[in-house]
Design a binder for this molecule. Structure first.
Ligand code: ADP
Length: 473
């Protein structure tokens, strides 16, 4: 089976969040199942420097974009130690700049990219059976393939990583998209007053999934559906939830070269060194108190407003709070002020920093994820791999991976989205931290968790087969 995976970010080449982790690690697991998987992404600034293999120029294409045509270059590199080829779509005018998305011309940038995805077989001579698209940036690919390609087309799979980012544009965008008003493709995209790339992917793909069972159910409700719940209900038969995995070769405290000392379940002395190093990194006193870590995009989704509401009560306990994140200005100013006010109890870094993230996973005792909603969440899985116990709100993938009850409990869970519920969960976690026997059992359970890609890759393979069968239907 031949699968082309199209994504707007792919680790380690370009990353802002979990989508990149998934697009960078799922292909490796598919490859291990014997699937010929290849990846396509834009050639952003900095990709060449992060690539494991020098970029090879393999061809060009001319892509319709509005009334004009844009020429693109296609280059090739690889991920996973040469195992998975990556095609890079080059058009410097659009991709050679700081920041992956959020530019005023994103419509053009991702329309061009989506069209370029459909041109990959022509340039490379390699014909995929399935094109696997991710999130709004590539939501229109299934429309192009289903409505505009004549003859045998690849089957399409569309994965929703976060329903809140939909890629909505005014209807005048039809000019850029090359879609006629009133056509079937136009109706795929149309959502009320706007054109909506996310909706297009949901409607036009042969199969759809999201990244946990729980979130697959949640997004069909008004509370979590972001206005698309009806469309999702309508496609309910083609929709499933497949939990993301993490790559334990990448996230491994036994081999991680960026943390202060390596460690594993049988020897935690390295973890103690990582804690001291983290306290030094963050200019906090080296005290033997619980350290709570947070690594996150600073967005409303991530539940920082309920942290804000109890921050003084939280920090009244004898603990230290470490936060690494970047995003909305209101959270930047909140945490900047906090750092000034309580320098000994907080370590705040408002940036994107992959190395510091690892040092926080390794050096913290607890890890806080109070999300309002969370499609899957990777940081709870990464924390567990580093023997750091998550405190989570029971939503989406957090609910599917963390449990507080029973002999296999691997964290602390609160249900109601409220400051009090959060504080109560932190109190339970601190009580467990003081109880050596309970803490040892928690650490054992944390290290025993296995969220590797194996099972989920098998489910993706099955979904690809269903998509191929559905294409003919
Ligand atoms: P989301 O995709 O919603 O941001 P996930 O939990 O799925 O959330 O994935 C987040 C990923 O991004 C993790 O690998 C996390 O370590 C990383 N990350 C988030 N913020 C930062 C940051 N400021 N610096 C470094 N890594 C970050």
């Amino acid at each position: 089976m031949k699968v082309l995976l199209a994504a707007a970010e792919v680790a380690p080449l370009a990353k802002t969040g979990g989508l990149a982790d998934v697009a960078g690690s799922l292909p490796k697991a598919l490859k291990e199942r014997g699937i010929d998987v290849r990846v396509v992404m834009p050639k952003y600034r900095g990709v060449a420097e992060r690539a494991e293999a020098p970029l090879k120029r393999i061809g060009t294409a001319t892509i319709p974009l509005g009334a004009q045509a844009a020429s693109i270059g296609v280059l090739q590199t690889s991920i996973a130690g040469g195992e998975v080829p990556v095609y890079l779509i080059e058009r410097d005018e659009y991709y050679d700049r700081e920041g992956l998305f959020g530019h005023p011309d994103d419509l053009k940038r991702f329309t061009l990219f989506s069209r370029a995805v459909t041109a990959v077989p022509g340039v490379t001579g390699w014909e995929p059976d399935v094109v696997h698209c991710h999130d709004w940036h590539t939501g229109i690919v299934p429309v192009y393939l289903k409505r505009l390609v004549t003859g045998l087309r690849p089957a399409t799979v569309y994965t929703i990583h976060n329903l809140a980012y939909q890629g909505t544009f005014p209807k005048s965008a039809t000019d850029v998209l090359g879609v006629a008003r009133g056509s079937t493709a136009f109706h795929d995209l149309e959502m009320g007053e706007y054109l909506n790339f996310m909706k297009a992917g949901i409607v036009a793909a042969d199969r759809i999934n999201t990244v946990s069972e729980r979130y697959a159910g949640e997004i069909q409700t008004r509370e979590f559906g972001e206005g698309l719940e009806k469309v999702l209900q309508w496609r309910g038969d083609a929709l499933e939830g497949i939990l993301n995995g993490i790559d334990y070769d990448t996230w491994n405290p036994r081999t991680d070269t960026e943390i202060a000392a390596t460690f594993g379940p049988d020897d935690l002395s390295g973890k103690a060194k990582c804690k001291q190093a983290l306290q030094a990194d963050m200019r906090m006193p080296a005290r033997n108190v619980p350290v709570i870590g947070i690594v996150t995009r600073l967005a409303a989704q991530k539940g920082l407003d309920i942290v804000e509401a109890v921050i003084d009560e939280l920090l009244a306990a004898d603990l230290q709070l470490v936060l690494l994140g970047t995003g909305e200005p209101r959270y930047h100013s909140l945490f900047e002020k906090l750092a000034e006010r309580l320098p000994d109890k907080t370590g705040i870094r408002l940036a994107y920093d992959a190395t510091l993230a690892r040092r926080i996973y390794a050096g913290s005792d607890l890890f806080l994820i109070p999300s309002r909603y969370e499609p899957c969440g990777l940081t709870q899985m990464i924390s567990l791999a580093y023997g750091t116990i998550p405190i989570v709100r029971a939503t989406g993938g957090l609910a599917d991976t963390i449990s507080e009850r029973g002999p296999d409990g691997n964290g602390f869970v609160f249900f109601e989205y409220s400051p009090d519920a959060l504080l109560a969960a932190v109190d339970r976690a601190l009580a467990a931290y003081r109880d050596t026997q309970r803490w040892t059992a928690l650490l054992r359970n944390a290290f025993a968790c296995d969220f590797s890609w194996e099972q989920s890759a098998e489910r993706y393979e099955n979904m690809y087969r269903c998509a191929i069968a559905a294409r003919g239907a």
